[in-house]
Design a binder for this molecule. Structure first.
Ligand code: CA
Length: 512
C-alpha cells in the first residue's frame, strides 16, 4: 500500500516535471536581426528593383511583411533604446546620439522581463548605446559604431578584443556560436545587432563590384529644390555636397593611416586598392563636370550601400539555414528589422532624421511557423514602441503598463481586423545642429496625411497628402482647402502628445 502510494507520487512528480518542461520548451524562441540604416527601397520584398534580398524575402514569404512600420525618432541609438524599453525617447531618456547621452540601463527592459520568465537572453553585434548592456545573460557588442574590418568587440569581462574578419560575418559567427553553446532547456531571446548598412558602406572583399554592371535610376525628386520647405532646404545631408569623396566614396584613400581603412589586412588593402583604383579613373573623368559628378556620386553611393547589404542578406541566410539545420526553425520566431529607414537619393539625400517617408519607415518581416500564414501582408500602422510588447506577447509575458507600445501579434495571428488598432502615429526627432543640420521636429502620420511641426531654429508647419504627393514635395500648410484637415490633424496630434506624455512637444504646441 505504502509502496503503491510512493510509486504513484513518484510517477506524478515525473509527469508534472515533464509536463512543465514541455510547456517551457514549447514557448517559442525569439531571434531578432536588427540592422542599421537598411531601408525598404533596397529590399526586394518591398518591391525594390535595386537588388535582390532573397533571405529577407524568405522571412516575408514564410511569414508576414509589415508595410507601414514607423520609428518614433529616426536615428541609431535612440531607436535601440526604444526597442529595449517599448517607450518613446522622451520617456526612456535617450533622445539623440550625442556622446554623453547615456542610456539608463537600470530601467525596465524587454530582456529583463524575458529573463524573469526563464528565457535565456543575448545581444550580439552593434549596440551603439554608450552604456554597456544590462539584464542580458550574454552580450558581445561593437563599441559605438564599430568597424567593418577587423572590428573590436567589448566582451562581458569589459575587455575590448580585436577580431580578424568582416564585421557582418563575425556577428553571425558569434551569434551561431552562442546558439550552439546555449542552455537548451530554456527558450532564447537573441538580438543579432548588425552594423550593415551604416555609413561608410565598406563592402566585403568578395562582394566588391557586385553591382557595377547596373545603372540605377535616380529618384524623381533627386534634384528637389525644397520649395516651401525651409528645413529641407537648410539640411546638410545631400549626396552632392555632404557625402565625402574620401571616406564615403573611397577615392584617394591613404590605406596606411590608422582608422577604418588602416584596419584592412594587406590582402584586403590590395583588393580595395585594385577595385577603387579603377573607380578613381572614372572619377577623374567626371570630377570637373558638376552634373556628371553628381550622377557619378549617386551611382557610387548606391553601389557601395547595396554591396554592403548583399553581405547582410547572405548572413541572414546563414542564420536561417542554421535554424533549419538544427531543428530550431519550427519553434523560433524570426524578426528582421532595421533601426530606421534611409534616403537612397530621394530629395537628393542620404542619411535619415526627417519625418519624411523614407526615414520614418523601417522594414519589418517576421515569421512564426504555424501561427502566421505565409505571405501575410500588414498595412496597419506599427511603431517601434510595439516591438518589446510583441516579444513579451510571443513569450506569454504581460507587458508592463509603462511600455507605450502594444503587441502587434494579433494583427498577424488572428483573422480579420483588430478592433481599435491605431490609425495614426506620433514622431519626435531632436538632434541638432550636428551632424546634419536637421531641425528638431515632431508630428503625426495617419494613413493618408502627415503634419510636421519644426521648432528650435525653425517655427514652421508642413502638411503632406501622401495619397496625391507620395514623394512629399508639396507642403500644403498654406492651402486654404486643407484648413479642416489641418485642424483635425492638430487635434489628433495633441491627443497623441498627451497620451505619450511628451511635455516638451505639448509646450511647443501650446505656444502657438
Ligand atoms: Ca541607424
Amino acid at each position: 500500500m505504502k509502496q503503491g502510494f510512493f510509486l504513484t507520487m513518484f510517477l506524478m512528480c515525473i509527469l508534472n516535471d515533464s509536463n512543465s518542461y514541455a510547456q517551457t520548451s514549447k514557448r517559442p524562441n525569439i531571434l531578432v536581426i536588427f540592422s542599421d540604416d537598411h531601408t525598404n527601397q533596397s529590399i526586394s520584398a518591398y518591391g525594390s528593383k535595386l537588388m535582390q534580398t532573397p533571405n529577407i524575402d524568405k522571412i516575408a514569404k514564410e511569414g508576414a511583411i509589415f508595410k507601414n512600420t514607423f520609428v518614433t525618432n529616426s536615428i541609431c541609438a535612440p531607436s535601440r533604446a526604444v526597442l529595449l524599453t517599448g517607450k518613446y525617447s522622451h520617456i526612456n531618456g535617450l533622445i539623440d546620439n550625442r556622446p554623453n547621452r547615456n542610456f539608463d540601463g537600470s530601467q525596465v527592459q524587454v530582456q529583463k522581463l524575458l529573463g524573469q520568465a526563464n528565457y535565456q537572453t543575448a545581444w550580439i553585434g552593434k549596440w551603439h548605446l554608450q552604456t554597456l548592456p544590462v539584464g542580458f545573460d550574454y552580450w558581445k557588442v561593437l563599441p559605438d559604431q564599430g568597424n567593418y574590418f577587423q572590428p573590436d568587440f567589448v566582451e562581458m569581462t569589459k575587455d575590448t578584443v580585436r577580431y580578424s574578419g568582416y564585421v557582418t560575418n563575425l556577428i553571425s559567427d558569434f551569434s551561431l556560436g552562442w546558439l550552439d553553446k546555449r542552455d537548451t532547456t530554456k527558450p532564447f531571446f537573441l538580438v543579432v545587432g548588425e552594423k550593415a548598412t551604416h555609413r561608410n558602406w565598406m563592402p566585403a572583399v568578395e562582394d566588391l563590384g557586385a553591382y557595377d554592371a547596373q545603372q540605377f535610376p535616380m529618384p524623381d525628386n533627386f534634384f528637389d529644390t525644397y520649395e516651401g520647405r525651409t528645413a529641407a532646404l537648410e539640411q546638410d545631408m545631400t549626396v552632392n555636397k555632404t557625402m565625402t569623396i574620401g571616406d564615403d566614396l573611397k577615392m584617394n584613400i591613404n590605406y596606411d593611416k590608422p582608422g577604418m581603412f588602416g584596419r584592412l589586412t594587406p590582402a584586403e588593402k590590395l583588393a580595395y586598392k585594385n577595385y577603387y583604383g579603377k573607380i578613381a579613373l572614372e572619377y577623374e573623368k567626371v570630377k570637373s563636370d558638376s552634373i556628371a559628378l553628381i550622377k557619378w556620386k549617386y551611382q557610387r553611393y548606391l553601389k557601395d550601400y547595396l554591396t554592403t547589404a548583399r553581405s547582410l542578406d547572405r548572413n541572414i541566410g546563414r542564420i536561417l539555414a542554421y535554424l533549419e539545420k538544427s531543428g530550431l526553425a519550427e519553434n523560433t520566431v524570426v524578426m528582421y528589422a532595421s533601426d530606421q529607414g534611409f534616403y537612397m537619393g530621394e530629395h537628393g539625400w542620404f542619411d535619415k532624421r526627417f519625418m519624411y517617408e523614407e526615414s520614418l519607415k523601417t522594414p519589418v518581416v517576421l515569421k512564426y511557423p504555424k501561427h502566421i500564414k505565409p505571405g501575410t501582408v500588414v498595412n496597419d500602422i506599427v511603431v517601434n514602441i510595439d516591438f518589446a510588447p510583441t516579444f513579451l506577447d510571443i513569450a506569454g509575458v504581460k507587458a508592463p503598463a509603462e511600455m507605450q507600445g502594444k503587441s502587434f501579434l494579433p494583427l498577424v495571428t488572428k483573422s480579420g481586423k483588430v478592433e481599435n488598432w491605431r490609425t495614426a502615429m506620433f514622431y519626435h526627432y531632436y538632434e541638432y545642429p550636428k551632424p546634419h543640420r536637421v531641425p528638431p521636429h515632431f508630428g503625426i502620420r495617419t494613413m493618408r496625411y502627415k503634419l510636421i511641426r519644426f521648432y528650435g531654429p525653425r517655427n514652421e508647419w508642413e502638411l503632406y497628402d501622401l495619397k496625391t504627393d507620395p514623394t512629399e514635395i508639396h507642403n500644403l500648410i498654406l492651402d486654404q482647402k486643407q484648413a479642416n484637415t489641418i485642424l483635425d490633424l492638430k487635434k489628433q496630434l495633441r491627443s497623441l502628445i498627451i497620451e505619450y506624455k511628451d511635455t516638451e512637444a505639448l509646450q511647443i504646441l501650446n505656444s502657438n
